[in-house]
Design a protein around this ligand. Structure first.
Ligand SMILES: [Zn+2]
Length: 275
């Protein structure tokens, strides 16, 4: 799902002789809260260098996620493992209609894929990306709504409201969702449908059970944009696209551009596209 501009997390400088993990531990010591840490050194290092125009400077980006239930659980990626921007496949690519395979173990390969997907989503100004969209039919999606200010999101953990932005980015492995509440229509876009958007009705509340990138269970509820983005990404994992959810009239309005996109995808791959 795509909307608005994104903001980055924050940067920490890595002192000589310290690893990212030991820097993170120092940070956690000075914080009053229990902190779960997702270590995206591979993403932040490059982005920081680009922003500062000083390629040699070693900075790294770390996202902190406040959790009531956990201590410090850093996940380190190998030092030489740099996140890359993947190709996002467009409508007509067969992977978009495939159901995701269950992920048996959260290993280094999955962590690398998740890091690459976050990098790819960020570069494309998206708020959500499913593995199908990078040609990998797996039950894995990433989300980050923290940059969107004009479409509010609410998030609830164990019935209590939490700061949704502090929980971003989300990496959801083998997610299951339940939806409830009134259906509401709002505009959606999709990174696999460049420059297209349309009204999609969806129930207002989403409950999620998934495995996080740390291999532990993750359970929460959401409303607002986050709820919509979760349903959009969960659909991708089942091979369902947002155009399938549109009212007939709205879908017809987009018939021309969608057909054109299908033909472009077919001519690019040299294979018949799959609608
Ligand atoms: Zn999408």
């Amino acid at each position: 799902m795509v909307t608005g501009k994104r903001r980055l997390g924050f940067f920490l400088r890595r002192e000589p002789g310290m690893t990212t993990t030991s820097c993170a531990k120092e940070l956690a010591k000075s914080s009053r809260e229990s902190i779960g840490i997702l270590d995206w050194e591979c993403m932040g290092g490059r982005r920081a260098c680009r922003q500062r125009g000083r390629r040699a400077t070693v900075w790294f980006l770390i996202f902190l996620r406040h959790r009531q239930d956990s201590g410090l659980r850093p996940i380190a990626l190998p030092e030489d493992n740099r996140a890359v921007i993947l190709e996002i496949v467009h409508y007509g690519h067969p992977a978009l209609r495939m159901k995701g395979r269950r992920i048996a173990a959260v290993d280094a390969g999955i962590r690398k894929l998740a890091a690459d997907m976050l990098e790819t989503m960020t570069a494309a100004n998206g708020v959500g990306l499913a593995a199908q969209q990078v040609g990998r039919p797996l039950l894995l999606c990433v989300l980050d709504i923290s940059c969107v200010t004009d479409r509010p999101s609410r998030m609830f953990v164990e019935g209590r409201e939490v700061d949704a932005a502090a929980w971003m980015p989300l990496v959801l492995i083998n997610p299951e969702i339940s939806v409830s509440g009134r259906e509401r229509s709002a505009t959606e876009g999709c990174l696999s449908f460049p420059d297209l958007s349309g009204e999609v009705p969806r129930p207002e509340r989403t409950g999620v059970r998934a495995t996080g990138l740390d291999g532990r269970p993750l359970e929460f509820e959401a409303t607002g944009l986050l709820s919509r983005a979760l349903q959009h990404e969960f659909d991708h994992l089942q091979g369902i696209l947002y155009i399938d959810r549109m009212a007939t009239k709205e879908r017809r309005r987009l018939d021309g551009p969608i057909q054109q996109l299908l033909e472009e995808t077919a001519s690019k791959s040299g294979m018949p596209a799959r609608a």
